[in-house]
Write a protein that binds this ligand. Structure first.
Ligand SMILES: O=c1ccn([C@@H]2O[C@H](COP(=O)(O)OP(=O)(O)O[C@H]3OC[C@@H](O)[C@H](O)[C@H]3O)[C@@H](O)[C@H]2O)c(=O)[nH]1
Length: 417
C-alpha cells in the first residue's frame, strides 16, 4: 500500500467515528468480552456488505480514517467514461477510491466492473449522490477522510450546451462551488480539476499553450472557464494544492477491455465523434453525420487533438503526485498533433473494418475550426507525454469494447439508481 508520508490535515473531529464516538484505537475502551464480540460481529457484517458489492458500509471503515497511510481519493463522476478509467488507474496504483456519481451520465455497470476487480474491503466504495445537493455532499465529506478530490462530474457535450446553456452553467459552476466549499470545510487539501480545451475557443495561433488567451465560444467552454476562475480566485485565499487539466479530445478505452465509453442513447444526437463513428459502424445509426465541411482547414473539416484516455488518466496521477500546497498548476493534456474529422473517420474505418457511411451536414453551432495543444509544459513539469498517439490503435481499443457491449453497460446501468 502506498504511504505518501504527507501530513494528514483533517481535524480528528471531522472523522467518522463509529458508535457515537467510540474509538477502537483506544484499548481502555475495549474492556469487555461483550464489547469484543460486538466488534467482531460488526466487522463480519461490514465484510459481507462489501463483498456483496453493497454501496453502503458499516463503520469502522478504512474510508473514514487516515491512519493506515493509504491515500484516499474522491472521484466525482467516477461512473462516467473518464472518471471510471481514472478510478481503475488509481485502484491499480493502490489508492483508496470513493466514487460519487448521480448516474445521470455515468453507468453503474462501470462501477460494478471496478468493484469486481477490487473487491477487498477498504479499496473502493460507491456513493450515489448529486453534487448539486450540498447537504449530502457535506455528509459524504464528514463521513470520509479524503486526501484529494478528482472532480470529473459534469455535463460535457458542446452541441448540447448550445441548446441548453443554463444546464451547463448551473451544473459546471454550481457543482464546482459545492465541491470546493466541502473541501474547504473539511480540510481536504488537493484538487485535480477536469477542464477543457474548449475554454480557449478558437485562438488564431496554434498550437495552444497554457498562456493562450481563453476566449470560449460555446456555453460548455464558457462555464468551464468560469469554474476555473472560481477555483483560481479561491486558491488565492487557500493553501490547497490545485491542478487544472485542460483536456483536448479524449478517445480510446482501457486496453484490457474492462471499461469503455457508453453515452446515453437519448443524447446520441449531441455525442462525440468517436461514439458517432462506432454507432454508424454497428448500424445503430444509419450513417455518420460529419458536421461542417467548409472550415478553413486543409480538407474543410474541423481539426482536433485526440488524446487517449489511458494517457489522460496517467496525467491525472502525475498531477496528483506533483500537486504542491498553495500552488496551482494548469496544463494542457493533448498530443500536440491535430487531425481532421475526415482523417478521424478514415482511422475509424480502418479500426472497425467497416466502410462507415458518411453524410455531410452543415456546421454544428458552437464548433471551432482548429485546436491542438502545445503539451511542452506538462512534459517539462510533470514528466508526462502522450504515449498512445496512433489514432487507429486508440480507436481499436474502444472498438473492441463497443463490439462486445452493444447496449453499453446494459439498460439497468443507465436508469436511475
Ligand atoms: O456526430 C458527430 C460528432 C462530432 N462531429 C465533429 O467532430 C468534431 C469533434 O466534435 P466532438 O463532439 O467529438 O468534440 P468537441 O471538440 O466538440 O468537444 C470535445 O472535446 C473537448 C472536451 O472537453 C469536450 O467535452 C468534448 O465534447 C467537431 O468538429 C464536430 O462537429 C461530427 O462531425 N459528427
Amino acid at each position: 500500500m502506498l504511504n505518501f508520508g504527507r501530513a494528514r490535515t483533517q481535524p480528528r473531529s471531522t472523522r467518522s467515528m463509529p458508535f457515537g464516538g467510540m474509538d477502537y484505537a483506544d484499548p481502555k475502551k475495549k474492556n469487555s468480552f461483550v464489547g469484543k464480540m460486538i466488534l467482531v460481529a460488526v466487522l463480519t457484517v461490514s465484510c459481507i456488505f462489501l463483498l456483496k458489492g453493497s454501496t453502503s458500509f458499516i463503520s469502522p471503515s478504512p474510508f473514514s480514517h487516515h491512519e493506515d497511510g493509504v491515500m484516499h481519493v474522491l472521484v466525482t463522476g467516477g461512473a462516467g467514461y473518464i472518471g471510471s478509467h481514472a478510478s481503475l488507474r488509481l485502484l491499480k496504483d493502490s489508492y483508496r477510491v470513493t466514487i460519487v456519481d448521480n448516474l445521470s451520465r455515468g453507468n453503474l455497470g462501470a462501477v460494478k466492473v471496478l468493484q469486481a476487480l477490487f473487491p477487498e474491503p477498504g479499496r473502493l466504495q460507491f456513493i450515489y449522490a448529486d453534487l448539486g445537493d450540498a447537504k449530502s455532499v457535506n455528509k459524504i465529506f464528514s463521513e470520509n477522510a479524503f486526501d484529494a478530490v478528482m472532480h470529473f462530474a459534469a455535463v460535457a457535450y458542446v452541441g448540447e450546451s448550445t441548446l441548453d446553456p443554463l444546464k451547463y452553467y448551473h451544473n459546471i459552476t454550481s457543482n464546482t462551488l459545492v465541491v470546493l466549499e466541502a473541501m474547504a470545510a473539511h480540510g481536504v487539501k488537493t484538487l485535480i480539476y477536469s477542464s477543457t480545451c474548449a475554454t480557449y475557443g478558437e485562438p488564431e495561433k496554434m498550437p495552444i499553450t497554457e498562456g493562450t488567451l481563453q476566449a470560449p465560444i460555446n456555453p460548455y467552454g464558457k462555464a468551464k472557464k468560469m469554474a476555473e476562475d472560481i477555483i483560481l480566485d479561491f486558491s488565492k485565499k487557500s493553501d490547497m494544492a490545485i491542478m487544472i487539466l485542460r483536456y483536448f479530445n479524449v478517445i480510446g478505452s482501457d486496453p484490457e477491455g474492462r471499461l469503455g465509453e457508453a453515452p446515453r442513447p437519448e443524447l446520441r444526437e449531441h455525442g462525440r465523434i468517436s461514439g458517432a463513428c462506432f454507432d454508424a459502424a454497428r448500424s445503430i445509426i444509419p450513417g455518420l453525420k460529419v458536421r461542417g465541411t467548409d472550415y478553413d482547414t486543409p480538407d474543410g473539416t474541423c481539426i482536433r487533438d485526440y488524446i487517449d484516455v489511458t494517457d489522460l488518466v496517467d496525467a491525472h496521477v502525475k498531477a496528483l503526485e506533483k500537486a504542491q500546497p498553495k500552488k496551482v498548476g494548469i496544463y494542457n493534456v493533448g498530443t500536440g498533433r491535430g487531425k481532421s474529422v475526415k482523417e478521424f473517420v478514415e482511422a475509424c474505418k480502418k479500426a472497425t473494418g467497416v466502410e462507415i457511411k458518411v453524410d455531410y451536414l452543415p456546421r454544428r453551432p458552437g464548433d471551432y475550426a482548429k485546436v491542438y495543444s502545445d503539451p511542452s509544459k506538462i512534459k517539462q513539469e510533470l514528466n508526462w507525454t502522450a504515449q498512445h498517439t496512433d489514432l487507429k490503435a486508440s480507436l481499436e481499443t474502444a472498438w473492441r469494447w463497443q463490439k462486445l457491449h452493444r447496449d453499453g453497460y446494459g439498460i439497468q446501468s443507465a436508469v436511475s439508481y
